[in-house]
Design a protein around this ligand. Structure first.
Ligand code: XIL
Length: 565
């Protein structure tokens, strides 16, 4: 039984002189295996491209000033006994303080109404800027795990950094803790509670405290950028072998430091999110006139002008990513009348929608940016991790031949200079490769595929030999060319991770170059992002530039791999 005591949204930060115990500390027992290893580093969280991403603009300046005048150390110490709600809802979550017999003082923060995994509770934490903090919390939930993270902006980019996670159960509280150092250049800082699953969360004994001496930063320190203008160019270095690309976003391209770097380093770009069905499909218009849009969902393209215009103006090509995918594709697309409370659309209707969607993409891009899209990822990630084909909504509605159909339509409408690709992750793994080859053989037999994209979200643990054998096998079995489409190489957790990662990049690139020189048709290599904390796998620090755009050993390894051929 829970009882609502208060749902006011007053902000309460308690001044305290206590600080957390110093020294490195692993998360407490109860932390989730893999995620625990990540504690204190940036978690794999979507960047600021998520629709409805939380707004953290409301951090109160007055409060920061008061606290500094009091010469206090900021501290959040919640046992919820007073019944006052100090957390702020994150997304659609509803927060209240409730009676809860399982909680230490009989009351807890209750988080309900969560519609997406990032919905939860925010604690504003601006005053902790530049300090190491220790975060503690106890949770109970029917969700498998609850996560506590820090979110902030640096250089206008939002990053999401996991501090710790705990495996939870519904009846008793499980405690966890972790430490994290917030950069002095961070702004709009919040500590937040979330969970991958959407069930309710109870939180007890939540605290955020400074480790060691407290330093007050009235403003975020200026986040300087390295001077990148003298860097050797990957594009030039590899010009005689293959194109070099990076995944970009309009937000990135709007900042001169990033834009200049991309111009200097790349001959190709991929829109990290903007060409995906969820960014293109227009629900409002589609349902506004079902007679018109039932078979041909409405599409919107204007936002593409930033990335495509940038590529055109700078003599680059674009990888069109992606047409048919189970993810980042709205569910309503698969329903009759686009009504998710009704029935799934039948095969015939879904084939019409698929054809019209592909046609719409090809027509708009060809009309507005002729010759710009060099390759399309026609189908993305159709292989299931557990084997066979992924039982996606495309699979469920159209059936097993949806891949063949997608390529058939793509061939029908693509201009001749655009190559058609199948793209997937872990596609070097033996079993997965067999599955992929099985469903691509008929596509190749029909002459509708030109290439296989190896996403290559890998880590320094991966066997480079296995990868290279698999790469060659696609070429041999399907007669296709290869793009490395989303390369990022996660680092390990050692102290010299940058050097080790650099060495791995070196071995990887040398092998790629060797294969290319042997005649294996590798025609493009794209890095999935620019600098580490902008990566979708920021916690793995998998890219070749640091956040200030200084070059990591991985960048030099890519350049030097050519010199050592
Ligand atoms: C990722 C983007 O990098 C993120 O910003 C987004 O939140 C999720 O998608 N495979 C793909 C890419 O084909 O489109 C994915 O990109 C990464 C995995």
């Amino acid at each position: 039984m829970r009882k609502l005591i208060s749902s006011s949204v007053a902000l309460l930060l308690v001044l305290a002189l206590s600080s957390c115990s110093g020294g490195a500390q692993k998360p407490d027992a109860g932390a989730v295996g893999d995620e625990a290893a990540n504690a204190g580093t940036t978690a794999a969280a979507p960047a600021d491209t998520r629709s409805g991403a939380p707004d953290t603009t409301a951090v109160t300046e007055e409060l920061s000033n008061d606290m500094q005048e009091n010469n206090g150390v900021p501290s959040i110490n919640e046992d919820f006994a007073g019944g006052e709600l100090t957390a702020v809802k994150r997304g659609s979550a509803i927060l209240s303080i409730v009676q809860d017999d399982a909680a230490k003082n009989g009351r807890a923060l209750f988080i309900e109404g969560r519609k997406e995994s990032w919905n939860g509770a925010d604690y504003k934490a601006e005053l902790f800027r530049g300090n190491e903090i220790e975060v503690k919390g106890s949770f109970r939930s029917a969700n498998k795990a609850v996560r506590v993270s820090v979110q902030f902006n640096v250089r206008g980019n939002t990053t999401y950094n996991m501090v710790f996670a705990v495996n939870t159960n519904d009846s008793t509280y499980t405690a966890g803790s972790g430490k994290y150092t917030i950069p002095a250049s961070a702004e709009r800082i919040v500590v937040y509670i979330e969970s991958d699953e959407l069930k309710d969360i109870y939180c007890d004994e939540f605290s955020v405290n400074v480790c060691g001496d407290y330093t007050y930063y009235e403003e975020a320190a200026e986040a300087l950028f390295a001077n990148t203008s003298e860097y050797p160019s990957l594009r030039d270095t590899y010009a005689d072998l293959f194109r070099i690309g990076m995944a970009v976003s309009p937000a990135i391209l709007s900042k001169p430091q990033y834009a200049e770097l991309v111009k200097a380093q790349c001959s190709s770009i991929t829109a990290e999110n903007d060409m995906k069905p969820e960014a293109i499909l227009d629900y409002g218009t589609s349902i506004s006139d079902l007679d018109k849009y039932q078979e041909a969902p409405a599409m919107k393209f204007d936002h593409l002008n930033v990335e495509l215009g940038f590529a055109r103006d700078n003599g680059m090509t674009v990888r069109g990513h992606t047409l048919v995918w189970h993810s980042q594709t709205p569910e309503w697309l698969f329903y009759k009348d686009y009504d998710r409370s009704g029935e799934l659309a039948d095969r015939e209707l879904m084939l019409k929608r698929m054809e019209n969607y592909i046609k719409g993409m090809m027509e708009w891009t060809t009309a507005n940016y002729p010759g710009l899209i060099s390759a399309w990822d026609v189908v993305n990630e159709a292989a299931a991790d557990e084997g066979g084909m992924r039982k996606s909504l495309w699979y469920q509605t159209v059936g097993e031949d949806y891949i063949e159909k997608a390529f058939e339509y793509a061939r029908k409408y693509a201009p001749e200079d655009a190559k058609l690709f199948y793209n997937d992750y872990n596609s070097y793994q033996k079993k997965k490769q067999e599955d992929i080859l099985t469903f691509l053989r008929p596509v190749a037999a029909a002459g509708n595929i030109d290439g296989v994209g190896m996403q290559s979200h890998i880590g320094t643990y991966m066997s480079i030999n296995e990868y290279m054998l698999a790469l060659k096998k696609y070429v041999e079995e399907l007669g296709v060319e290869i793009h490395i489409t989303e390369l990022d190489i996660g680092a390990d957790k050692s102290d010299d991770w940058e050097e080790k990662q650099g060495k791995y990049f070196s071995r990887f690139m040398k092998k790629i170059i060797e294969l290319k020189n042997e005649g294996v048709p590798i025609t493009s290599l794209t890095l999935w992002g620019i600098s580490d904390s902008l990566s979708w796998k920021a916690g793995d620090r998998p890219l070749v530039f640091r956040d200030d755009l200084s070059r990591k050993p991985a960048f030099d390894a890519m350049i030097n791999a050519r010199a050592e051929e």
